[in-house]
Design a protein around this ligand. Structure first.
Ligand code: CA
Length: 482
């Protein structure tokens, strides 16, 4: 029996009861087994599959890592004050009871990537291309986890050019005795960019179900450049990735495909626009805390479209994205999380990187460098796909126009609060009277949560209490300290 262990699953399953710096707790025995057990590429692949498997957890990318960015924004809200999404939506937490799972699940990914990355160069193999690809995947997943930690716990880069605190950068096999301090946001971005630019030349270009490839890594890279304000690089990276992905059969979903494309089981012959997704299966399901079950009116009915966002979408009732929600009892429930084949709704896959994001990253960065021709080109592809009767040709595109299109395209996919705040825009939680969803209203909340920008201290999370209690080098975020 294989003795190789990876900490991801056990790490995640114990989150609720023991968080703190258990993310650093690779027990010595595990470490020794890992030392001796990773000898060949199949051992690397086994560990990598463990990372992908951990990302399926509803505490990770099948649930909380996604809906956090939605219900903290203005386009989605909790459907009540005692729902699973309510605390995020209402910003009802403090330094003592803030959520700990983002921290723990993301560092579990990083730690397992570190196991791979400290071993892989020493493995002799006659399959160097396969080794390169596996290394590229591990580097990209580490970059994704560190980038997400940085944007959950650190202020937007452009608020102060990355001078404020990000998170701890962990690159080797830490132990429970490791007490790493936080690095700055700028230092975290440098690490993320370093991992991604190393990974991209190593990665394969073809679709492999549920795995990172070159185009997925380049989507993350363009996203990071956009968040950092490196707009020329964001544009060129997005353009190169669009061209490369489309040469490998990826394509934007058509208007006709769009409503049901989410439920299609993707393959190398029809990858559609899914550059990377979390693949959930009935035999390997994230369960009822997953996006599929939480969003569904026949599941937990946990989150709904806000009335203001519904009104925005309804400004063009022929926009195909109006088919991505279903109205039930005067509430609008998102329907993007569709099960594949005969699965139940809990088993819906979770898109992480879509080709549409590359188009909108290209359009946004083009606007920011005054390249209207490219802004029109890439925005128009998304606008026309949504409603073939519409076009932005001949227009001078504004940033607000692109950001509004992002809202319509990505609602329920974890982007909204980040997209607004990184652009120093405000989140405004207001009600609009709409008969079709007349029962949808914002719940009573703190005045500071009704309208905020990147100065709101709760727009980033508190460092989890157990981490603060066990790591003397850890600093709490401003505003949470007392
Ligand atoms: Ca599925």
């Amino acid at each position: 029996m294989k003795t190789l262990k990876y900490i991801a699953l056990s790490g995640l399953l114990t989150l609720a009861s023991s968080c703190g710096n258990s993310w650093l707790n690779i027990e010595p025995t595990t470490e020794i087994e890992t030392e001796t057990a990773i000898k060949q590429l199949s051992d690397i692949e086994f560990t990598l599959n463990g990372i992908y498997s951990s990302m399926q957890d509803a505490y990770s990318y099948s649930g909380r890592m996604i809906y956090y960015g939605d219900v903290t924004g203005d386009d989605m809200q909790a459907n009540g004050t005692t729902k699973r999404t309510s605390d995020y939506y209402l910003f009802e937490y403090n330094k003592d009871n803030g959520p700990s799972t983002h921290w723990a699940s993301s560092y579990a990914i990083i730690q397992n990537c570190n196991i791979i990355l400290t071993k892989i160069d020493k493995i002799d193999t006659e399959e160097p291309i396969r080794r390169d690809d596996l290394k590229g995947q591990a580097l990209t997943l580490r970059a994704l986890a560190l980038f997400d930690l940085t944007r959950f716990f650190g202020y937007p880069y452009l608020k102060d050019n990355g001078a404020s605190l990000g998170v701890s950068i962990v690159k080797d096999l830490s132990t429970i005795d490791s007490k790493p301090p936080r690095s700055t946001v700028a230092e975290c971005y440098n690490e993320v960019l370093g991992d991604l630019t190393t990974a991209i030349p190593l990665l394969g270009e073809n679709f492999i179900k549920g795995k990172i490839n070159k185009w997925a890594a380049m989507t993350l890279l363009s996203r990071v450049y956009l968040y950092k304000g490196d707009n020329a690089l964001a544009l060129s990276t997005a353009q190169d990735a669009i061209k490369g992905a489309e040469s490998k059969k990826y394509a934007l979903w058509t208007n006709a495909e769009y409503p049901t494309a989410w439920g299609v089981d993707r393959s190398s012959t029809t990858p559609g626009e899914i550059l990377f997704e979390i693949v959930n299966l009935t035999v390997d399901s994230p369960g009822k805390e997953s996006m599929g079950y939480l969003c569904s009116s026949s599941g937990y009915s946990d989150m709904i479209l806000t009335s203001s966002f519904y009104a925005l979408l309804q400004q063009d009732s022929k926009d195909v994205r109006n088919k991505m929600y279903k109205i039930s009892k005067y509430y609008a429930f998102i329907t993007k999380y569709q099960p594949q084949g005969n699965e139940t709704i809990s088993d819906a896959n979770i898109p992480i990187f879509r080709l549409s994001e590359l188009y909108l990253n290209a359009a946004e960065s083009a606007v920011k460098i005054g390249d209207n021709a490219n802004a029109v080109k890439y925005l128009d592809a998304i606008v026309m796909r949504a409603n073939p009767a519409k076009t932005v040709k001949g227009q001078t595109i504004t940033l607000d126009q692109v950001l509004t299109e992002r809202r319509k395209e990505f609602f329920g996919e974890g982007h909204r609060m980040f997209d607004a705040l990184r652009n120093h825009k405000r989140i405004e939680r207001i009600d609009v009277a709409v008969p079709a969803i007349k029962d949808t209203k914002h719940w009573t909340m703190l005045p500071e949560a009704q309208s905020f920008d990147w100065t709101y201290h709760k727009s980033i999370l508190p460092i989890p209490k157990k981490e603060m209690d066990t790591n003397p080098n850890m600093k709490q975020n401003p505003g949470y300290a007392d």
